[in-house]
Design a protein around this ligand. Structure first.
Ligand code: ADP
Length: 694
């Protein structure tokens, strides 16, 4: 205390004691005069001691006049305004205590007196007594008696809704019986419909009952009837809050605590949460913390902006808290991004993580804090200040790159069931995503493997073809060389005149012709094949007798082979089996098949040839008892250049083109071909050709 203040107070206290002793000695002054005199003192006095003394004197005089309520006010003024004058304060306190005890004694006396007066016949006196009785019972907390007094009053003055409202009030406040309260408030509304206050009372009763639908109805009526009435609006907001709190699916992200009246700026210095525990239920009821005016949960839209404008009047000077819990499935680093129009302070799990001086009205628009969330629930408490109204704050949790964080659950109720529900959904989504990813992977891998397979087999095939081509060239040169060498040798022998006998000469000429024919046929075969390959081969289809054609092929072959071991059995079902074919091409085909049967026979070369007529097809079968074809090769013998390894090892001549040519010709006739073969036992080639071309 500064010296100057101390001196003033000391002088004042002295004066107070002096005036006290003086007044006690001058009882001749009437109470009214005393009051008048000290009121004048109060008009001019500046010394706190003198002022406190004057209030005390006025209080005493009022007491003497039986005006206890006014006396109480005088003593309270001393206690509130001049606490530094402890002497005066103490005396005022003593007087107050005395006044209270005598007051309650008198109320009890009054009740007794009124009860005694109930027998009075004069209705006006009776009414006055009853009213007084009700008020006094109510003050004493004797609700049962207050209620009976009120019921008498209702009977006496049925047009007045006030008694019904009072009855409702006692049921609601005193007995906690909202049903009976509702009944009486409704009755009051029947008498005076549209009374906004009654609607608000009715709303409170419904609220207490938990019947929010009806509460909202009546609050809405009250708000319409009297738009200036804040209680109806508060009621609506409160219900909105309760509903959101009860319907956990609707609870979004934050609870709002406040606003706290901060006109004295003390709110900023008050050590509120998290230093002080804020429990939601306590917060809602406002019981444990009277500084909380109301709370209101609210959601925020996608931008994360929390609009607080609804809650504040412009230019309110307040601080407010927003509380939420965040559930994280793991310890993780997150980035909190937030902003408010004024100051903002943030605690995470009780630790202050950000503080922009909330007492300073300034823009604190956009801030970032990187922090750690622990696994499970994390408490986030935000304190914001406002000096100019028109404000809110925004708050967003993101990963370190600023992307929204999945799997974070904001819930001020710390509702584990909600976590389970939401995580269940996440898990389902994840499972779905995983299945999708797995499917994609499987598809991708299959595509890759298939591609790889085709690539490898393609390469392998090319290598094989190359090898086959090489084999082909050596075979072809072999096939060409042999007849040319034979022709040359025969011609030279003749030229040298070494063959004298005519018969022998003729045999030599025949041999030359045969070899030349073989060469021509071989060259034709290759030329034909290449024509087919290039798509240049033109077929001329005509009705031909297959029996004759096959016979001719057999004859030519036999003639050419000049091999006694060759035995060809020819069977035809009829003499004439007609089909629409290209004669030359089919002749080549039959020739090729007989040639193969001959080439791939063992010592004994027995070949059977059958020509058959079916309903729509003709069939040529070439059967041998030769080497047979290995199983794995059967499918490939129609590929160009393909030759079974064995043949090359055994030195059997060939180009690998014969069967490929055969297949192309048969295809051109829309025919089919089958092969049956057993190693060491022989092979059967069957060609079916349609009798008529489609
Ligand atoms: P090539 O000129 O080698 O005979 P082909 O295309 O006519 O060529 O035949 C392909 C392969 O099919 C032959 O190398 C042979 O191994 C096999 N082949 C064809 N016909 C017979 C048959 N009647 N008996 C055994 N193997 C045969």
């Amino acid at each position: 205390m500064k010296f100057r203040t101390f001196t003033i107070v000391a002088i004042g206290a002295l004066f107070f004691s002096f005036s006290l002793s003086f007044s006690q000695g001058s009882e001749e002054l009437s109470s009214l005069e005393t009051i008048k005199k000290y009121r004048e003192v109060l008009n001019t006095a500046e010394n706190p001691g003198i002022i406190a003394g004057a209030h005390y004197k006025i209080g005493l005089a009022l007491e003497k006049l039986g005006r206890e309520t006014e006396a109480t006010a005088e003593y309270l003024k001393i206690m509130i305004n001049y606490p530094q004058i402890s002497d005066a304060g103490k005396k005022a306190e003593e007087r107050l205590a005395g006044l209270y005890s005598s007051f309650s004694k008198r109320v009890k006396e009054l009740v007794k007196r009124d009860e005694a007066a109930l027998g009075e016949k004069d209705p006006r006196i009776f009414f006055a007594y009853t009213k007084s009785l009700y008020e006094n019972y109510r003050n004493l907390g004797r609700y049962d008696r207050a209620l009976s007094a009120l019921k008498w009053l209702c009977n006496m003055d049925p047009e007045n809704p006030d008694y019904l409202i009072d009855i409702g009030d006692i049921y609601l406040q005193g007995y906690n019986d909202p049903d009976k309260a509702i009944f009486h408030f409704k009755k009051a509304l029947e008498i005076s419909p549209g009374n906004p206050k009654t609607y608000v009372d009715l709303g409170r009763s419904y609220e207490k009952k938990g019947d929010y639908e009806n509460a909202v109805n009546v609050y809405t009526k009250a708000a319409k009837a009297s738009p200036a009435n804040p209680w109806a609006i508060y009621g609506l907001r409160r219900i909105d809050g309760i509903r959101l709190a009860e319907d956990k699916r609707l609870v979004k992200d934050w609870y709002f605590l406040g606003p706290f009246d901060n006109s004295d700026k003390a709110g900023l210095k008050r050590p509120l949460a998290p230093e002080e525990k804020i429990e939601l239920k306590a917060t809602y009821a406002g019981k444990d913390n009277p500084r909380l005016k109301w709370f209101r949960p609210f959601g925020y839209d996608d931008s994360g902006y929390v609009d607080l404008n609804l809650l504040f009047k412009p230019h309110d000077y307040v601080v407010a808290y927003a509380l939420t819990y965040v559930w994280s499935r793991s310890d993780r680093e997150i980035q909190l991004r937030f902003g408010s129009d004024d100051g903002i302070k943030i605690w995470l799990n009780g630790q202050e993580i950000f503080n922009y001086d909330i007492s300073r009205p300034a823009e604190a628009d956009d801030d970032l804090v990187i922090t750690n969330l622990s696994k499970g629930w994390n408490k986030i408490l935000i304190k914001v200040s406002d000096t100019w109204g028109n404000w809110g704050f925004y708050f967003r949790a993101t990963d370190l790159k600023g992307n929204p964080v999945e799997h974070l659950i904001f819930d001020p109720l710390k509702d584990d069931r909600r976590v389970e529900y939401i995580y269940g959904r996440f898990a389902r989504e994840k499972r779905f995503r995983l299945t999708r990813i797995a499917t994609l992977y499987i598809v991708a891998v299959s595509v890759f493997l298939t591609g790889l397979y085709f690539m490898v087999s393609n390469i392998y095939h090319r290598i094989k073809i190359n090898r086959m081509k090489e084999d082909f060239i050596s075979s072809v040169s072999h096939e060409l060389k042999t007849p040319i060498a034979a022709v040359k040798m025969l011609a030279e022998t003749l030229k040298r005149g070494k063959v004298r006998q005519d018969g022998n000469k003729a045999r030599y000429y025949d041999m030359i012709i045969r070899e030349s024919d073989r060469l021509t046929r071989f060259i034709n075969k290759i030329l034909d094949f290449s024509k087919i390959e290039k798509g240049e081969k033109v077929f001329y289809f005509e009705k031909e007798n297959l029996v004759d054609l096959t016979k001719t092929a057999v004859e030519i072959y036999k003639d050419e082979a000049q091999d006694e071991k060759l035995k060809i059995q020819f069977n035809a079902e009829k003499d004439e089996i007609l089909a629409e074919i290209d004669k030359d091409a089919i002749l080549q085909v039959i020739f090729n098949l007989i040639d193969n049967a001959y080439k791939y026979s063992k010592e004994e070369k027995v070949i059977t040839i059958n020509v058959k007529a079916l309903q729509k097809d003709v069939r040529i079968e070439v059967i041998d008892k030769g080497l047979g074809i290995p199983k794995g090769s059967i499918e490939r013998i129609f590929d160009k250049f393909y030759r079974v390894e064995r043949d090359m090892v055994m030195g059997i001549k060939g180009s690998g083109l014969g069967l490929s040519f055969v297949k192309s010709v048969v295809d051109a006739h829309n025919g089919t071909m089958t092969v049956e073969s057993k190693i060491g036992k022989g092979s059967k080639f069957v060609i079916s050709l349609p009798v008529e071309r489609a």
